[in-house]
Ligand binder design. Structure first.
Ligand code: GLN
Length: 243
């Protein structure tokens, strides 16, 4: 089995080591004897969504998101919308997550109309939501996901999407309704940056299983030695609980 991973805008949307999530997905496939190719597609390069099984979009600052509007309008937005509806798997983080929604209005009033692949919108506030945070995730049988957030945008979900999880510590989507991230078809979207997947190997495997099953039918993933990953997860969970 193999997965073809597309890293969208790897040179523009790559805050806090978001790229590490792509490496994590690739390694967890290879450790199980599967093939995993990673192809970067950036500004000015055409996107053919049919060539890929799994898409990763990292975070970026308001400025970078604005820079991408023109490139998205030049064909990528249509491809992404179609791929989402077609059940392709996506992991989108922070700025990349916001871009899948309908719009982002920055705290100083700049309106960015985005892809509209997911039923959600984002409005900025001057005070940022920053720090380590944690949320429960119903699809992970009660396991908590630990991560790091840093955003001005407050995201509000429409009825067409579900949250990825419920906030236990931190801000999440908007600091008000306790929701974090979004789930729609095979899209996973979250405010959690950086080493999200290395520290939450069950979430990494859920995303991989999702993409593999879309392509091959029912798949059972062999378990891996996740002692280091689990230690990293548990030490952050302990820190948050003690704070
Ligand atoms: N520019 C967005 C915000 O501040 C996204 C930031 C990010 O990706 N960290 O809300």
């Amino acid at each position: 089995m193999e997965l073809r991973i597309c890293h969208l805008y790897p040179d523009v949307l790559n805050l806090y080591g978001d790229r590490g999530n792509v490496m994590c997905l690739q390694h967890r496939l290879r450790w199980r004897g599967m093939e995993a190719t990673v192809t970067g597609v950036s500004v000015g390069q055409p996107l053919k969504a049919d060539d890929f099984d799994l898409f990763f979009i990292g975070g970026g600052q308001d400025f970078e998101q604005e820079v991408l509007l023109e490139d998205l309008a030049g064909g990528k937005a249509d491809e992404i919308r179609a791929a989402v509806e077609d059940g392709k798997t996506f992991l989108a983080i922070c700025g990349g997550y916001q871009m899948l929604g309908s719009y982002y209005k920055t705290w100083d009033g700049q309106q960015c109309d985005f892809i509209g692949a997911l039923d959600l919108y984002t409005e900025g506030e001057q005070e940022r939501l920053i720090g380590n945070f944690m949320f429960s995730c119903p699809e992970l049988n009660g396991l908590n996901v630990v991560g790091f957030e840093n955003h001005s945008g407050r995201t509000y979900l429409g009825s067409g999407v579900k949250p990825l999880g419920t906030i236990l510590y931190g801000g999440g989507n908007n600091g008000r309704d306790k929701t974090e991230g979004a789930r729609y078809r095979n899209v996973f979207a979250t405010y959690s940056h950086g080493c999200l997947l290395p520290k939450n190997p069950e979430l990494a495997d859920l995303i991989l299983k999702n993409a593999l099953e879309r392509r091959y039918g029912t798949v059972s993933l062999e378990s891996l030695d996740d002692v280091l990953e689990r230690n990293a997860h548990d030490s952050m969970e302990r820190r948050l609980k003690q704070a």
